[in-house]
Design a protein around this ligand. Structure first.
Ligand code: F0G
Length: 449
């Protein structure tokens, strides 16, 4: 059979609410044209993020009932620790309420003003947490990845030559760690090759710099390696993931992505001294090291999710369904970041709407229009999110795991193609109000007439 199906059936459903175009116009105005400020109930298909939005399995729900809510020494923690150790090989497994909490603790312990942390592309919370310590966050994507249309197998790779130059220029002492984000979310959800991870491991090992994975979408990355990288065809996704983790000295992880959990994060390391400092900080804001800001049932959901996500049937469906959305819009003339990534499709709004200059936020304009037209929520990843550091003006359509069916995606395809038909009419925006950090969450906009 050629048809790739959703490898699950639906046991519990959540109704969707339709709205009219007039209603949506009012909601937009009230929200200052910032889709983060809409009410979720006013959205039909929510592609804002794949984070914390997964549908959980029967196994996960069952495990949650077994959650041990003891304050210290919870059985659920030891189950999670074992699952994570078997997957990653890391000694210390520190739970946190989500990925950014793990980041904050890691960078607070490791970074000082004057230091620099390179990454293929920092996610916005990673960058903000590094900058908050006074250190500098530097993105080193491949030069070829600057072309959104270039179809590279591993477009998420870090530029290892640039990495070596950066370390040489700054001095290894001022590089507290090197990070690689798998898959490279802000760079288009593109995978990183095992070869690239090996090169980073060699460079960092030689210079005595710790190497960390931002491992949010490690399983999707493992699937791409199996499909695309020579020598891994006969490896299971689990074996590949284990090898990926074995390259690194530690990781941060948001369980809201590839662990199918609605909340949770992890900070892992092999360094005893560091783990001690991290646990001390953890207690200040997250909690005791055997729960770290989570309920016992959350720890169970994460443990079960980490076991499920590496199933080949799931990953085949997951990557195929993201590609389905990408191909159906790209083959009809909508420029996307090629090739389709793992968790999301990124429309190159700068290319699609050349009549809207960068400082009028083409990605935001497209996000607003897609909501107005079809009640679909997406997110700008461009100058609103990254300010001057933005490399592209993208619109991300992130696909929640196991949530939407093919007909939902067909609806999204239809809506995007209709918006594309009359794209000349779309106008840009100006910002009328903004906070200092992470402005995309709460900035308010005004349409330019
Ligand atoms: N790193 C990456 C690569 C991410 O994509 C995210 C979150 C985080 C770290 C932070 O994890 O949300 O659990 O604190 N990304 C979400 C997104 C929010 O929509 O891409 P968190």
């Amino acid at each position: 059979m050629q048809t790739i199906i959703e490898p699950f059936r639906i046991k519990s459903v959540e109704p969707l609410r339709h709205t009219t175009r007039e209603e949506r116009e009012q909601y937009l105005e009230k929200a200052g044209y910032n889709l983060f400020l809409l009410k979720a109930e006013d959205i039909l298909i929510d592609l804002l993020t794949d984070s914390g939005t997964s549908a959980m399995s029967t196994e996960q729900w069952a495990a949650m009932m077994r959650g041990d809510e003891s304050y210290a020494g919870s059985r659920s923690f030891f189950r999670l620790k074992k699952v994570v150790q078997q997957l990653t090989g890391f000694q210390h497994v520190i739970p946190a309420h989500q990925g950014r909490a793990a980041e904050r603790i890691l960078f607070t312990v490791m970074c000082k003003p004057g230091m620099t942390v390179p990454n293929n592309t920092h996610f916005d919370t990673t960058r903000a947490n590094i900058e908050f310590t006074g250190a500098r966050a530097v993105d080193l994507p491949l030069p070829a990845a600057a072309d959104t249309q270039a179809r590279l197998d591993f477009k998420g790779d870090i530029d290892t030559q640039a990495l070596e130059r950066l370390i040489e220029g700054a001095g290894a002492d001022l590089i507290p760690l090197v990070m690689v984000t798998v898959t490279n979310n802000s760079g288009g959800g593109q995978p990183v090759s095992m070869h690239n991870l090996e090169m980073v491991r060699d460079i960092t090992y030689r210079l005595g710099i710790p190497f960390y994975l931002d491992a949010c979408r490690f399983a999707e990355n493992a699937w791409f390696i199996q499909q695309r990288e020579r020598g891994y065809q006969d490896w299971s996704p689990r074996q590949i993931a284990q090898k990926m983790f074995s390259m690194a000295d530690g990781c941060t992880f948001s369980a809201k992505k590839d662990a199918f959990a609605n909340i949770g994060g992890l900070l892992c390391t092999n360094d005893d001294r560091l783990a001690e400092q991290e646990k001390n900080l953890l207690i200040l804001t997250e909690g005791f090291p055997t729960y770290g800001g989570l309920a016992g049932r959350d720890l169970e959901a994460i443990a079960s999710g980490l076991e499920e996500v590496l199933e080949p049937d799931y990953l085949r469906y997951r990557i195929a369904s993201t590609g389905y959305l990408g191909r159906h819009i790209a083959d009809h003339g909508v420029p996307i970041v090629e090739p389709p990534g793992g968790h999301a499709i990124y429309i190159d709004a700068g290319r699609m709407l050349p009549h809207i200059p960068r400082n009028q936020f083409p990605g935001q304009a497209l996000a607003v229009e897609l909501y107005r037209h079809a009640a679909i929520r997406s997110v700008e990843i461009g100058s609103v999110m990254f300010g001057e550091n933005a490399r592209h003006e993208l619109l991300r359509l992130a696909i929640p795991r196991r949530v939407y069916t093919q007909s939902h995606i067909d609806y999204v395809v239809e809506a995007i193609l209709e918006v594309n038909e009359r794209k000349q009419k779309i106008r840009g925006f100006e910002i009328v109000e903004q906070p200092r950090f992470l402005r995309h969450f709460s900035a308010r906009f005004r349409p330019i007439r």
